[in-house]
Ligand binder design. Sequence first.
Ligand SMILES: [Zn+2]
Length: 286
Amino acid sequence: MERLTDHVQVQTRGRGGNHGIVTTSDGLVMIDTPYKPSEALRLREELAGAPPLRYMINTEPHADHWTGNGFFDAPVAAHEGVRRRMLGIDPAEHRARLARLGPGEGDLLEGYRLRPPTLIFTDQMTIHLGAHSFRLIHMPGHTPFQAAVVVEEEGVVFTSDNVFGGVRTWLQEADPEAWLRSLDAIRALGIDTLVPGHGSICNRAYLDTQAEVIREWVGTVREAIDRGLSREEAIEQLSDRPDRFPMASGQEGKAVEVARLNVANLWDFATRTGIHAPNPGDSGAS
Ligand SMILES: [Zn+2]
């Protein structure tokens, strides 16, 4: 892990979402958890001599942010929708997906169980531990159930996948209008150090870039609709749309898939036929 501030360490190079550990005077808090079983177990070994883990927090319902919960022993806090989604997952299917993440990963799942959040909020909640406070704020956008986690004393906010730091943005079930409002809300926090859901640590100015990426995607799909393309034609024609950023680590080779999902969802959003809700446990869901 990489040290970000006196009390915050982050992992931004793993397979799946970023995660962080905050060391308080009364124990540790993990914000999002590793996706790959081998990476979760490695982190558990690294923490063997550390102060006890008191809480985990999940910033969103996609499995690459919460799979690692099951390798640790502490209560989990998240938005109500994250719990609901997780309870809807077939554990056997999830284990099968994890086994496909790499050779030997399936062998590491003995005794593994999903650990859904038990500390639930819908709008906002604060966890106090030692001298630190963790403010969890509902920020819909990338999914309806995103949370920003503000670590007040460190001047750091974990943004969830509402921010992709210099890597490809997934909009497979996004509400782009809510997302842009949430970016404004993150900006209004006045905090300059952002830990994105994927990619590199960034600053407040990057929120403008993230907003541009969302607007560009929406504009591209609207233009396809205006040109008279059908949904399927738009998905085909835009599947190799160039992007200013590369895929996140471990997602190489999924560029066409993510473009197709983005177009399908934005098409439906623009034509008001609804928002896609792919299986949140899908290993491709970022
Ligand atoms: Zn996500």
